[in-house]
Ligand binder design. Structure first.
Ligand SMILES: [Zn+2]
Length: 268
């Protein structure tokens, strides 16, 4: 089986007894990557434990690295292989939304990123407490008021202002509008890019080094599938589009330098 693996980009799947999905991985050179697992097993205990269980290997070629990464994330989510720890986590994604004209951000579930709304989204967090922790950190760094931001209950002068960690939006030493402006500026680097296209897009991937072409269909940062031709890509079902953090991160990285990866984007 190892000899049949192509030296090309793609995803590979390891199965155990009764076709239990063990592991899904991706590589720009499938053959080398899969061989690495077996090579490592000679001296790495963890690699050995997996390799011992492999009964069957499957793989899918992709046109390039982007297709491999999108497909890997999709397969990990649908198969839940027992040894993929990183991508496997089911995330209850949380983000800060700051509606226009208000004085504090609100915690929203990541699915809100798909809904049209005013104001920005800031940060992507695994849960509400890490979102609050991040905002609390920013408040401290920028001397913002935890009370005005909604992180603490209470009225009047907050504790942070008594120890010089808040400029006093809570007690009139700073105007609320100045505070809002400073808080939004502090959050700016965390802004989540909302979907800039009117609907579905198709990304053509034709990396110069691989002589292959694929058309990836994406909507609302959600990967819908790939096809070998534009006509086939247009027929892919678009219904299940909801914000997906893994696809979001992959696409943000690749779309920053489309030329380098042989990518071009077209609205569908
Ligand atoms: Zn305060």
């Amino acid at each position: 089986m190892l000899d049949q693996l192509p030296p090309r980009p793609g995803v590979y799947l390891f199965y155990g007894h009764n076709r239990l999905p063990l592991y899904v991985g991706k590589s720009i050179r499938l053959r080398d990557r899969v061989r690495d697992h077996f090579r490592r097993a000679r001296h790495d205990h963890k690699a050995m434990r997996m390799v011992e269980q492999i009964q069957h290997i499957e793989w899918e070629e992709t046109a390039g690295d982007l297709g491999a990464q999108l497909r890997e994330a999709q397969l990990v989510k649908s198969l839940l292989p027992i040894m993929n720890r990183q991508l496997r986590k089911q995330r209850n994604l949380t983000t800060w939304h700051w509606p226009e004209g208000t004085t504090q951000p609100q915690l929203l579930s990541g699915t809100a990123l798909n809904q049209p709304t005013t104001g920005g989204f800031f940060g992507l967090y695994r849960n509400a407490s890490s979102a609050k922790e991040a905002l609390r950190g920013l408040a401290e760094t920028h001397q913002l008021c935890p009370q005005v931001l909604g992180l603490e209950a209470g009225k009047g002068r907050c504790f942070a202002s008594q120890v010089g960690k808040c400029r006093g939006a809570c007690c009139g030493n700073e105007t609320i509008s100045d505070h809002t402006q400073r808080a939004q500026t502090a959050l700016q680097p965390l802004q989540v890019n909302t979907w800039p296209w009117p609907g579905r897009i198709v990304i053509k991937e034709s990396p110069p080094e691989h002589k292959a072409v694929a058309w990836h269909v994406v909507n609302q940062w959600c990967y819908l599938g790939s096809a070998a031709t534009l006509a086939a890509a247009k027929k892919l079902d678009a219904e299940s589009a909801s914000f997906d953090i893994d696809s979001y991160r992959i696409l943000q990285r690749f779309l920053r330098e489309p030329d380098e990866y042989g990518l071009s984007i077209k609205a569908l």
